[in-house]
Design a protein around this ligand. Structure first.
Ligand code: ADP
Ligand code: MG
Length: 321
């Protein structure tokens, strides 16, 4: 029902940035190599995502807007085992229940355009065979005024969108991702699989030059990525990105471990720019975490924290030689 979809939307779509995250993840799941994110007024006015992915077959389009119709996993433990980012089958119906959504999609053999508003199907019609999916979300939360009121300033909502797109770009260097806000290009990655280039796109070429590659491992974990030299710091931890098996996550202990790796090289209140990718057996990822949250706990977390700290400490010691 529309009401059930709206309740689910409370979990899945809190703000414009969550819409962007869900839709870009859908494009990635659909094997897109190019994803354009076009946002007006911090996403409150409109969010448009264009991809060159698999598209949705004409006969599957209605199903895609039905809740749980697409659930791909049966337990949370599967979260880090499955290759697709989507698994709940909730994003499209949730978004369509609290906004105006026009989706045009083509698999190359069928093309469909579909229009939902407030959970109601308004129109479905054939569309041209342009491979991929083009989805526009407008009037977000038009029928849930409480949630609309809960939104922060445009500046904050845009910062959240940028954060989401940056993290996805860092997680998927092989996908060319472009973010445009009110016709200003905020990010453009080349999609050539070069993490350093993505870092340069996000933090600037000059800053990227002040970052060093790290590599470390023990029997359970492999640590790689790029960390800033101590001279390149920021006043917030937001510039620290942690990926587990290529997926951006949040974990306080691991973030602290990165900072700890700098020892006394960081001034009080200053934090590095860092992108740290951790490879591990998915079974080490704690399953007792709500799947919509990015917060993740791990078995052997203290051991991993030590490995991260020592990898960074050793690497920075090398630089000073
Ligand atoms: P989930 O991603 O959890 O499966 P969603 O509600 O996000 O659920 O999407 C529902 C389904 O719609 C997906 O499983 C996928 O089959 C299809 N879909 C959504 N977006 C796209 C897209 N950009 N390209 C191709 N298929 C898509
Ligand atoms: Mg999805």
């Amino acid at each position: 029902s529309v009401l059930a979809d709206q309740i689910a939307a409370g979990e899945v779509v809190e703000r414009p940035a969550s819409v962007v995250k869900e839709l870009v993840e859908n494009s990635i799941d659909a094997h897109a190599t190019q994803i354009d994110v076009l946002v007006l007024e911090a996403g409150v006015q409109s969010i448009r995502i264009i991809d060159d992915g698999d598209g949705i077959a004409d006969e599957d389009v209605l199903t895609a807007f039905k809740r749980h119709a697409t659930s791909k996993i049966t337990s949370r433990a599967d979260l880090f085992r499955v290759h697709s980012l989507g698994f709940r089958g909730e994003a499209l119906p949730s978004i369509a229940s609290v906004a105006d959504v026009v989706l045009t999609t083509s698999t190359g053999t069928t093309g469909t355009s579909i229009h939902y508003r407030g959970g109601k199907l308004l129109k479905q019609a054939p569309a041209p065979l342009r491979q991929g999916t083009d989805i526009t979300v407008t009037d977000l939360f038009f029928n849930t005024p409480a949630r609309l009121k809960y939104l922060k300033s445009a500046q904050t909502e845009l910062a959240n969108i940028l954060d989401v797109v940056n993290r996805l770009a860092l997680s998927y260097p092989e996908v060319a991702i472009r973010l445009v806000h009110n016709s200003k290009e905020l990010l453009k990655t080349a999609g050539r699989g070069d993490l350093q280039q993505v870092i340069a796109g996000i933090y600037g070429v000059q800053n990227a030059r002040k970052m060093v590659e790290i590599n470390g491992k023990n029997e359970d974990f492999q640590v790689s990525g790029y960390v800033a030299l101590p001279e390149l710091t920021r006043a917030s931890r937001n510039y620290i990105t942690v990926l587990i098996n290529g997926r951006a996550i949040k974990n306080q202990q691991l973030t602290k471990a990165i900072i700890k790796g700098y020892g006394s090289k960081l001034m009080v209140g200053r934090y590095p720019i860092a992108v740290v990718d951790l490879k591990m057996d998915p079974l080490l990822v704690d399953v007792n975490v709500h799947p919509t949250k990015q917060e993740v706990r791990l078995s052997k977390e203290p051991e991993l924290a030590k490995l991260i700290s020592s990898t960074i400490t050793d690497r920075l010691a090398d630089v000073n030689l």
